[in-house]
Every structure is written in C-alpha cells, then in structure tokens.
Ligand binder design. Structure first.
Ligand SMILES: C[S@@+](CC[C@H](N)C(=O)[O-])C[C@H]1O[C@@H](n2cnc3c(N)ncnc32)[C@H](O)[C@@H]1O
Length: 230
C-alpha cells in the first residue's frame, strides 16, 4: 500500500507550519493540554525522560516542556526540514537545553527506558503494510514497562460516509479559521491519501505491539487520541 508521506503534501512555507496547524486541527491546543495533564497524573517522579516520535516542528516539546522544568525530551523525526524547524524554535526557549531532536526513524534510536512517549499526528503517515505495527513495536521497546504512550492520529476508512462527512467538516472548519479555500481543500484531500486506519484497526495494531489499557483521551472530528501503556 502506498501512502502519502508528510513531505509529499503540498506544504506551505514551513515557517508558517505552527500557525497553520492551529488553524487546521480542531482542538490543537487541547491535545497538548490533555497530554500534559495525563503525564502529570501518571509520572510520579519529578524528573522524566519523554520520547517524542514525529517531533518535527517542536510543538509538543515546547508545550509539554514549558511548565515542567524536570522533564527531558528526546525527539525523532524522519524529515530534516521539520527537525530544523524544531531545533530553531526550541533554541529560542529554555526548553531547548532539555531537549534533543534527531533526524532518524524510531528504530534507529539507541536510547531506551523512557518514562513516557508521545506520537502526535505522525503514525498516520506510516503505511499499514507491516510498517505501522513495527513502528508501534519500536516505540514500545523504548519505554519502561507500564510507561504511557500518548498517541493522537487521524482515524477512519476512506470512502465511508462518516469519514467523508468528517472530511468535509474538516475543510469548513479550516476555512472558518481563516485558511484559504484551496489550501483547505488540498489538506482535506490529503486525508484520503495518508495511511489512516479505522479506530478498531489502530487499537488492534497497538495491542498487537504489546500496548495495554488503551484509554481514549481526545476526539476532534477524525482525529482521535489514546493513552496506551507499554
Ligand atoms: C503532521 S506533522 C506533526 C508534527 C508534530 N508531532 C506536531 O503535532 O506538530 C507529522 C510529522 O511526522 C513526521 N514523520 C512522518 N513519518 C515519520 C516516521 N516514520 N517516523 C518519524 N517521524 C515521521 C513528519 O516528518 C512530520 O514532522
């Protein structure tokens, strides 16, 4: 199965990425606030090492790190320009001193024993041809037993009525937030081309990778978030 890669989308100037993501993604800020609250609840120790998969742009490190000076971050992302953007944004804040972001796939990361991980709007770029399962397995292998993964991803089956309706609402939501009509249309079209799977399939894959106690924490149109425990 071929799936659209992040970098093959018609991307705007990457310097505009953070602002555009806020306009497009329903509840974008709430996602980070919920993940932060979940980790505050679950990570009892003051200091924690957090793995960020798909860390390009730097948003989750910036948001989770801002008020949690004892959290350290290691990020991986496969697209160098997005890693550059993350490094640039992080260098402008104190969180930068507590974070490293690498251009590499998760299975190329030697560091292990993380206390928590995030994978936000990233797994839906990994094809469901064995690669997505291996991707989830590689994340789990780098977590301490029982540690939480916060995963947020597009869900749905292309062509189904509900998916199509949510896709059209997605486009209207973006336009209402000030995105140009043609940019919103092209972004909504991309939803058909990335490796989005159904909620059930996503849960089956996470479970097959060894994650337990899948706990829904977010839903905004076709974007769904879970906690899953290694
Ligand atoms: C939509 S962006 C989300 C970035 C960030 N998590 C956020 O919410 O702002 C998706 C990111 O996933 C990265 N990506 C795509 N496939 C990946 C993979 N197999 N491993 C790691 N990162 C990947 C892309 O390069 C891109 O930076």
């Amino acid at each position: 199965m071929t799936a659209l890669k992040f970098e093959d989308q018609k991307l705007p100037d990457l310097d505009d990425y953070a602002a555009l993501a806020e306009q497009f993604i329903p509840g974008r800020r709430a996602i980070f606030a919920i993940v932060e609250a979940a980790f505050l609840e679950l990570l009892s120790q003051r200091s924690a090492r957090i793995l960020v998969v798909g860390a390009g742009g730097g948003e989750e490190i910036l948001r989770l790190g801002q008020h949690n000076p004892h959290w350290l971050f290691v990020g991986v992302d496969t697209y160098a320009p997005m890693v550059e953007l993350a490094r640039k944004r992080l260098a402008e804040t104190p969180v930068g001193a507590r974070s490293q972001v690498y251009v590499k796939p998760i299975d190329g990361l030697d560091e292990k024993d993380f206390d928590a991980a995030t994978c936000i709007l990233t797994a839906h770029f990994v094809p469901d041809d064995g690669a997505k399962l291996a991707f989830f397995e590689a994340i789990r292998a780098r977590l301490k037993p029982g540690a939480p993964l916060a995963i947020v991803d597009g869900v749905g089956v292309a062509g189904e009525d509900q998916t199509e309706l949510l896709r059209r609402i997605w486009k209207r939501h973006a336009v209402r937030n000030g995105v140009a009509e043609e940019v919103a249309e092209s972004n909504a079209e991309n939803f058909k081309k990335v490796a989005v799977v159904s909620e059930q399939r996503q849960e089956d894959l996470l479970t097959s990778a060894g994650f337990e106690r899948l706990t829904p924490i977010f839903r905004g149109l076709a974007i769904k978030g879970w906690l899953a425990f290694a």
